[in-house]
Design a protein around this ligand. Structure first.
Ligand SMILES: *Cc1c(COP(=O)(O)O)cnc(C)c1O
Length: 406
């Protein structure tokens, strides 16, 4: 038997039939041909409320690549201060929602820069070449562009699942080259919006985040001093993680918030008039989502029992351990009609794909599930449906649905 990660608090205390956003898993699956992702907006709202209480003076942006399901974005428009996008496709999803938008990501095509500049979006510049293209496109359009500079920081987020700073990188501009570029943007007449500094993802150690945020503020001040200009906004990145695996502890965001508010209270003078933002994806939405799939077959082989589902890594790649993890470990799973029941057997939960990678639970202890029963995979609200290879092997995509607001 191998352990599973912790079921998120909103579901962990349930007994009997699993309910998500007030309806049972069976009800959510009714009339469907296959698996579904269900997202509970009340859980997102509770994470937002927790962030607001912990970070009273910081703007909250949602990085939509974590979950770009349009009804969820519409619900979140009322909760966050802005959206961060990373393609023209993502921009098209948030543009109708009327919130401030910033656009990061390497390799923005001219058509993408044009769409963003036309829409008044803040473009987080990833290179000097991109800066020059943005300026020349703006001139052609006769528009004053909103441009921020993404910095490849000389700090990294310790213990983060995916490090994105402190080394040669396709993301951002090396710190020492940033001040001359800022001066060039200002001289060219652009509306310089400030800095974007993103150091990593999926961090659960509060002290690592506190140290990174402190170093990020110091870096922003150093760059602003060298450029001789106060950034209107410093986007401090994010990287708040959620507990996926056995032994993971939830991030005490209150500790991080208190430290950041203290650091900002004594910030360098050049940042005196700056606003600060944190951009989060996973932490806001991961725990709100549950992936539901049905048992198609039960079989024994070599003394092991396999539950074969009608869904797998083509819908929820991350739970198979093939999205950004080095060692495969089990996400939390449950048999949907038997929440809180004692586990009675050890089974491997696999999908229908013809590859041994398609394993959602490796020798996990569960109550008995028969053919036709529903298995729930938790933590499916971030990097699920759109971060999975849905065309691989030609099965239909999973459905997605949003629960009613609380
Ligand atoms: C992916 C990404 C995020 C969101 O990361 P999470 O780990 O989901 O919070 C935020 N900012 C940038 C620039 C990103 O690329």
């Amino acid at each position: 038997m191998k352990p599973m990660g912790p079921i998120p608090p909103e579901f962990a205390a349930q007994t009997g039939a699993l309910t998500i956003a007030g309806r049972s898993a069976e009800t959510w699956m009714e009339g469907r041909e296959g698996p579904v992702f269900v997202y509970d907006p009340a859980i997102v709202a509770s994470r937002v409320a927790r962030f607001r209480a912990a970070f009273p003076s910081i703007d909250l942006h949602y990085a939509i690549k974590a979950n770009p399901f349009v009804p969820l974005l519409a619900a979140m428009a009322a909760m966050v201060d802005g959206f961060d996008v990373a393609s023209a496709g993502e921009l098209a999803k948030v543009a109708p929602l009327g919130k401030p938008v910033s656009f990061a990501g390497p390799g923005k095509r001219d058509a993408e820069l044009t769409a963003a500049i036309r829409a008044g979006v803040t473009v987080n510049l990833e290179s000097e070449g991109e800066a020059r293209r943005a300026l020349s496109i703006s001139e052609g359009l006769g528009v004053r562009p909103r441009l921020a500079v993404r910095v490849n920081p000389d700090v990294e987020l310790r213990g983060s699942g995916m490090k994105m700073g402190g080394r040669p990188s396709p993301f951002g501009i090396d710190a020492e080259r940033v001040p001359p570029l800022v001066r060039e943007l200002i001289v060219a007449g652009a509306d310089w919006r400030g800095f974007h500094i993103y150091a990593g993802s999926q961090a659960l150690d509060p002290q690592a985040i506190i140290d990174t945020q402190g170093a990020t503020i110091a870096l922003a001040a150093r760059l602003a001093d060298a450029a001789g200009a106060t950034p209107p906004l410093v986007n401090l990145g994010g990287g708040f993680g959620v507990p996926y695996f056995a032994g993971d502890k939830p991030l005490p965001v209150e500790t991080v918030g208190a430290a950041l508010e203290r650091a900002l209270a004594t910030r360098p003078a050049i940042l005196g008039d700056s606003r600060f933002a944190i951009e989060l994806g996973r932490w806001l939405v991961a725990e709100s989502g549950v992936y539901l799939a049905r048992v198609i077959d039960r079989k024994d082989s070599g003394g092991e029992t396999f539950l074969i589902l009608d869904g797998g890594l083509h819908h929820q790649l991350a739970a198979s351990g093939n999205f950004g993890t080095v060692v495969r470990r089990n996400y939390p799973l449950a048999v949907a009609h038997a929440m809180g029941a004692e586990p009675v057997e050890t089974v491997s939960v696999v999908g229908p794909l013809c590859t041994p990678l398609d394993r959602l639970g490796d020798r996990v202890a569960l109550p008995v599930a028969q053919v036709g029963d529903i298995v729930a995979v938790f933590l499916a609200g971030a990097y699920g449906a759109t971060a999975s290879p849905s065309a691989f092997l030609g099965h239909p995509p999973a459905a997605e649905t949003l629960g009613a607001p609380a």
